[in-house]
Design a protein around this ligand. Structure first.
Ligand SMILES: *Cc1c(COP(=O)(O)O)cnc(C)c1O
Length: 412
């Protein structure tokens, strides 16, 4: 009997020695208060440990409920809700690559890093993308949008609800959608940062595709995202002649899994279960109460930061509440602050792609009062440690004052 196959041979690539996660991860988990991913509720974490058959009856029921709950969160009655295995960016690419192709005229309203990404994705599928380039810290006026639509005659307009990078809120969204619609264009809205943190009414505002990720407002895990298409958008998806070059993102193929209980690719079952729980918690809370919680917490945090003596980055008129941008004081870098607050206080916050700011998220589980106190205290202490004078007691007092007066407003 040949024995050679049982004789161990040294492999060409030697077996590596690595550290266990216990050795790598901090003993105390960091409080995730940056621009995402955000902390997840226990029910979401538990669901994320489960693996089930991606094509079985249980999954069919889960998918049905995910779609039903997502319609509530998107505020749409459209049938065409789908999930995607991938980051928020995959959902963005799913929107643009199914609705645009060689020669499609796309107008992208660019407020910053993420809205420019949408334009880039459009160019990559061969669309003729024109950009309405908006100044940092401002929003496009309706006159500018109307003028750009007249000039470019777009078939598709893309716009971000909350530009996470520079913390600007496109408060004209509803009117921008109306202008686009009046001109016969489909409207794609990136609501990755904002969905379930502030009002967005897909049907009532006439939006044709809404995109979100898991790890921001919904407080689910990163890597499983959601998209909704209107009937008009779905008709365009179905009417295209050349198939989508992105096979994984092809909405017609995804329909097999998300609507016909069939196979497209193996769904990220654990992540879908996690998303189910995240959506269920949104429904249990209701959107109205969730928006109120986000508003109250974010405004209180902003007041606390201002009372520390730090400056908020976005002007009040277009300030995003879902992610708060803070100017970095003279002599410091965003990296100094983020590094120190993480190491010394186990609180994680974000810089922003070269802008002179740090960002604190107010999405989902981040909007809890105890998280606000810990984060504001850690930020104030970090500034003191790094040699910037701030009034920490005044900051904490302002936070408390705002939260307790906010509670009265909500109770009325
Ligand atoms: C985070 C974010 C994205 C990208 O999401 P990923 O999950 O990182 O791909 C896109 N748009 C906005 C507005 C975001 O906040």
């Amino acid at each position: 009997m040949p024995t050679s196959s049982l004789t161990p041979v040294a492999s060409a690539v030697p077996c590596p020695v690595v550290e266990s996660l216990d050795a790598i991860l901090p003993e105390e988990p960091l409080l995730m208060m940056g621009a995402g991913p955000v902390p997840i509720p226990a029910a979401v974490a538990k669901a994320n440990t489960i693996v089930i058959n991606h094509l079985g009856g249980t999954m069919v029921k889960v998918i049905g409920q995910v779609k039903t709950m997502a319609r509530y969160v998107f505020q749409t009655n459209s049938k065409w809700v789908l999930g995607v295995a991938g980051p928020g960016s995959a959902a963005m690419e799913m929107a643009i690559s199914n609705l645009a192709w060689e020669g499609t005229r796309v107008l992208s309203i660019k407020n910053g890093f993420f809205s420019e990404r949408m334009a880039e994705m459009g160019r990559r599928v061969g669309a003729r993308v024109s950009m309405l380039d908006v100044d940092d810290g401002a929003v496009a006026s309706l006159e500018q949008v109307a003028e750009a639509i007249r000039r470019e005659r777009p078939e598709i307009v893309t716009v971000v609800q909350g530009e996470t990078s520079n913390t600007v809120w496109n408060y004209h969204l509803k009117d921008i959608a109306a202008l686009a619609k009046a001109a016969g264009a489909l409207v794609i809205v990136d609501a990755v940062c904002t969905l379930s943190t502030m009002p967005l009414e897909m049907d009532a505002w006439g939006i044709d595709a809404v995109i979100t990720g898991g790890q921001k407002g919904l407080s689910s895990i990163p890597g499983v995202s959601l998209i909704a298409f209107s009937d008009a958008a779905w008709a365009r998806v179905k009417g295209r002649t050349a198939p989508n070059a992105h096979w994984c993102l092809d909405a017609s193929l995804a329909e097999n899994f998300w609507h016909n209980a069939g196979y497209h690719y193996t769904a990220p079952v654990s992540g879908v279960l996690a998303l189910h729980e995240a959506l269920r918690l949104v429904c249990a809370e209701t959107l109205e109460k969730r928006f109120a919680r986000h508003l109250k917490c974010s405004l209180a945090l902003q007041e606390g930061i201002a009372a520390l003596g730090l400056n908020l980055y976005a002007p009040p008129a277009c300030r995003l509440n879902s992610v708060v941008g803070i100017e970095v004081p003279q002599g410091l870098s965003p990296g100094d602050i983020c590094g120190h607050i993480s190491r010394q206080h186990q609180v994680e916050i974000s810089g922003s792609f070269g802008l002179p700011i740090v960002r604190i998220g107010q999405m989902g589980e981040q909007c809890r009062e105890h998280n606000l106190f810990r984060t504001l205290h850690a930020l104030g202490r970090t500034m003191v440690d790094l040699g910037t004078a701030v009034d920490l007691p005044a900051g904490v007092a302002a936070l408390e004052k705002s939260l307790s007066s906010g509670a009265r407003v909500l109770a009325r």
